[in-house]
Design a protein around this ligand. Structure first.
Ligand code: MV4
Length: 451
């Protein structure tokens, strides 16, 4: 097991990793920019190192500074959290070159899944259902029109190095295709330094359902059920829940087993999330995330497995915590990402938290690193904290979430709490009857209603 872990991240996930380290009896090193000197994980860590000024490129993405912090403190492993360097294969390799452990998948798997074309080809080879589309990149010499006609309009042009919604263009008709191809390719070139794009059948109103997987790197792998992340705004997840209201046990078992088998064949190491679009009873692989995700607590609450603690144990050579047969999905969990944003315009609202009262009670969890008097800096994401609720059933979970939202107090900054207080009372949400475009349509309707 590791002796000392450097947590190369900030905010709630840094605190989350720190908690797992403490429970494992592992010493912790916090790194922070000058803007995060008063952060909670810095106060609670055994040691802390300032790694630079506020801009991420000069601090949390500053690899030499992170290596120096490891050297100074004698850390033998680095946990990247999510975002920042968590899916940077080169960083994982550099750590290995410095005899440091990267708590994450093998660099080759990070690189593989970072290329959305290669990821799809791999998924298909491993028996995972994928969206119908082009066989790899569509280049200037290919007959894109013929490929698109074979797929059937509308088609989606996607950047190979994209992901998370970046570098996507819809072509509704043949006339739209050429413009969509050139626009997506040019944007991909400037955003990712890689102009290659591919085509997919455009699914109109799917749900976004992701499967949590855990592999020991030696051929053992299990799945831990799904999370429904369809409620998103501009590709930012807002509300995630598990199990999905749209899946029955048979569908869950089938797609879960398919993902677990694929991870066994890959000899995947650590935690991972296989992302699907789900429409008319069919799953379509879109991408795989090779990191711990923001919404991991939803899975923890319904499986009672500490994903971050197991991620660390497995990175140190440990075995999977349970067999597939021992994985039991118990009850229902919903996570609301409370952001320091105006709940209507979503304009960021950094500043000092004057009053902070987190809710409590049975089945209520807050993953947050803020406190009364904390100043939310303007340099990073606007997450105040994640309100995660568990109930024996989805209805009990909704009732508890409604009560917890009404109990939660955050004053001094604007937050998206009012949005969640409205959503938890919205019939479509109560019925679980929504898709990936539902939230933006709901917000557009709200904007119209209140000009
Ligand atoms: C799609 C799609 C429809 N059809 N692919 C957006 C982010 C990235 N994960 C892939 N995304 C999509 N891919 C096909 N073939 C619709 C989306 C999409 C989306 C997916 C999941 C959650 C929210 C979304 C919002 C807009 C578009």
């Amino acid at each position: 097991m590791f002796d000392k872990i450097l947590i190369a991240n900030r905010g709630e996930i840094a605190l989350r990793v720190l908690r797992a380290c403490k429970e494992l009896g592992i010493a912790t090193v916090a790194v922070h920019s000058t803007a995060d000197a008063d952060a909670m994980h810095v106060r609670l860590a055994d040691e802390s190192v300032c790694i630079g000024p506020p801009p991420s490129k000069d601090s949390y993405l500053n690899v030499p500074a992170l290596l120096a912090a490891c050297e100074i403190t004698g850390a033998d492993a680095v946990h990247p959290g999510y975002g920042f360097l968590s899916e940077n294969a080169r960083f994982a390799e550099i750590l290995a070159e410095h005899n440091l452990h990267f708590i994450g998948p093998k660099a080759a798997h990070i690189r593989l899944m970072g290329d959305k074309i290669e990821a799809k080809k791999t998924a298909r080879k491993l028996g995972i259902p994928v969206v119908p589309g082009s066989d790899g990149a569509v280049g200037p010499d290919d007959d894109a029109m013929a490929i698109a006609k074979t797929i059937g309009f509308p088609v989606l042009v996607k950047a190979a190095s994209g992901g998370g919604g970046r570098g996507m263009k819809v072509a509704q008709t043949e006339e739209d295709l050429m413009l969509a191809l050139s626009t997506a390719s040019n944007e991909a070139k400037s955003a990712f330094g890689d102009a290659s794009v591919y085509l997919e059948k455009y699914l109109q109103k799917p749900r976004h359902i992701e499967i949590q997987v855990l592999g020991d790197g030696r051929g053992g792998a299990i799945h831990l059920g799904e999370r429904d992340c369809s409620l998103q705004r501009r590709h930012q997840k807002v509300w995630e829940e598990g199990p999905s209201p749209a899946l029955d046990a048979a569908a869950r078992q089938k797609i879960g087993a398919t993902c677990a088998k694929a991870m066994q064949e890959m000899k995947y190491l650590g935690v991972g999330t296989v992302e699907f679009l789900y429409e008319d009873g069919e799953f379509y692989f879109i991408e795989m995330n090779t990191r711990i995700q923001v919404e991991h607590p939803v899975t923890e609450m319904i499986t009672d497995i500490d994903l971050v603690l197991e991620q660390i144990r497995i990175a140190a050579g440990g075995d999977l915590p349970v067999t597939q047969e021992e994985v039991v999905i118990n009850g229902h969990s919903i996570e609301c990402r409370v952001n320091a944003e105006n709940p209507v315009s979503f304009r960021p609202s950094p500043g000092k938290i004057q009053q902070y009262h987190p809710p409590g009670g049975l089945g209520v969890r807050i993953d947050s690193a803020v406190y009364q008097g904390y100043v939310i800096p303007p340099y990073y994401d606007s997450l105040v904290g994640k309100l995660i609720v568990h109930g024996k059933t989805r209805q009990e979970c909704l009732m508890r979430l409604r009560r917890a939202l009404d109990e939660m107090v955050v004053e001094g900054i604007e937050t998206t709490l009012p949005l969640f207080r409205a959503l938890v009372r919205e019939p479509a949400i109560i019925d679980g009857d929504y898709h990936i475009h539902w939230l933006e349509q709901y917000l557009a309707g709200q904007a119209e209603a209140k000009p």
